[in-house]
Design a protein around this ligand. Structure first.
Ligand code: ZN
Length: 216
């Protein structure tokens, strides 16, 4: 069960990936985490990556791929894995494909959680945060008892990250980055778009139906 997860910010991709790791007992692999892990453990690729990071350079694709390969060699990946946030480019997708071929493994599904921008904007731009205790609310889905006030009495405000303009920019960047990747995986007959609208359970059922071959 070798999966890649795609989805824009606010689509609930992380929640869904986490549920699958519990259901199928396979790890969720995010490159940021494993990069830090490899550096900490000083694996051969981690040592290389550290050199680039210390000189302020981006870690090149071949080193990132090497780190993913080291991670996939660990026993918890025997049954499968969920790649989250990687690959980001077609070049990385190509390199991943070659690396997996060498291991006699292959990606089975690229699950793309699709939510339209209007819905994402409503979800994200409606977030409010307490200045005093940091608790999160939502103007529609998780309203405070008293308008603009936290339970603790603190004032609720909208973080810069949750402003409509910031969200629009992030969504535009995501689309520009992901469109070629989706095209690539569609060409490989691996792309499985699913609707990210509905309850967490409903979305989970859609994903499980794909994984277990009960599409439609
Ligand atoms: Zn508060």
């Amino acid at each position: 069960m070798n999966l890649i997860f795609l989805g824009p910010p606010g689509a609930g991709k992380g929640t869904q990936a986490k549920l699958l790791t519990e259901k199928y007992n396979i790890p969720q692999i995010s490159t940021g985490d494993i990069l830090r892990g490899a550096v900490r453990e000083a694996t051969p690729m981690g040592v290389k990556a550290k050199g680039f990071m210390e000189s302020g350079a981006l870690v090149p694709d071949e080193v990132v791929i090497g780190i993913v390969e080291e991670r996939l060699a660990k026993p918890d990946c025997v049954k499968g894995f969920i790649l989250d946030g990687f690959p980001r480019t077609v070049a990385q997708a190509d390199a991943l494909q070659r690396m997996l071929n060498g291991l006699d493994r292959a990606i089975e599904h690229v699950i793309s959680v699709e939510v339209d921008n209007a819905e994402l904007l409503e979800r994200m731009a409606g977030r409010r945060t307490c200045r005093a205790c940091g608790r999160g609310y939502h103007v529609t889905f998780d309203q405070p008892k008293v308008k603009d006030r936290c339970e603790c009495g603190g004032e609720l405000y909208q973080r810069d990250d949750d402003r409509e303009e910031t969200i629009r920019k992030r969504l535009t960047v995501y689309e520009a980055q992901t469109a070629p990747l989706k095209q690539y995986y569609a060409g490989e007959s691996l792309l499985r778009p699913i609707s990210g609208i509905g309850s967490i359970d409903e979305i989970q059922r859609r994903i499980v139906a794909i994984i277990e071959g009960r599409q439609g």
